[in-house]
Design a protein. Structure first.
Length: 218
């Protein structure tokens, strides 16, 4: 039977979480909002609309949401040509592909941002499909991004593993009924990932690659 290895991208395969923190913080600052960077960090992994709602609350001026998102995209877009893949991210995806896994990305990124992330990973030959923010109505922590990834792979939840770096990833994977693997390279504490549903945790893609034989991706 086929197996699916579903991966988040930001903070899991590409070292971008702190770039997102800085650019969201600046977008919010420019609009007159004082939000601590640690709070922004904990919100990374949510889609733009959900991130703004999480940070500013439901009583915010929602007419400003699109402007905030556009400002973040403009600031973050300055880094598109130098996004750094985490060590062995591409090698991990290729190894799994060669071992018979169907590798699918599930990310809140879309459009030119997703293209830049895929260039950074440099493993398109191993990636079967991508479930992006452009393809779903609800982002993480809703299960829809992971469920869509499984549909693309043609694999049931019980034959899949989802790898991510945030609480939102672990919640989305758990709600989709897949085994969840956490990585610490996004900056979220181990205990938080475990509480959100991670069944195994590794430092980063290189650590997971070196530990595959004893991992849920064995």
């Amino acid at each position: 039977m086929e197996r699916a290895a579903v991966f988040d991208v930001d903070g899991t395969l590409v070292d971008t979480n702190h770039l997102h923190v800085t650019t969201w913080w600046e977008a919010l600052r420019q609009a007159g909002h004082r939000v601590p960077m640690h709070a922004v960090h904990r919100a990374i992994g949510l889609g733009s609309d959900d991130l703004v709602a999480h940070l500013l609350g439901e009583d915010r001026d929602k007419d400003q949401d699109a402007e905030l998102s556009a400002a973040h995209k403009a600031l973050y877009g300055q880094y598109f040509d130098r996004l750094p893949a985490l060590q062995d991210a591409g090698r991990l995806l290729r190894h799994l592909h060669q071992a018979g896994w169907r590798v699918v990305l599930a990310t809140s990124a879309g459009g030119s941002e997703l293209s830049a992330l895929r260039r950074a990973i440099d493993a398109d030959d191993a990636i079967m499909a991508t479930a992006s923010a452009d393809d779903v109505e609800e982002g993480k922590p809703a299960p829809e991004p992971v469920e869509h990834a499984l549909e693309l792979a043609g694999v049931p939840a019980e034959r899949a593993v989802f790898v991510g770096d945030t609480v939102w990833d672990m919640q989305a994977g758990s709600r989709a009924g897949v085994r969840c693997v956490g990585v610490l390279c996004g900056g979220i504490p181990r205990a938080d990932l475990e509480e959100a549903g991670a069944q195994a945790i590794y430092d980063d893609p290189a650590h997971l690659l070196a530990s595959l034989a004893d991992s849920p991706l064995a």
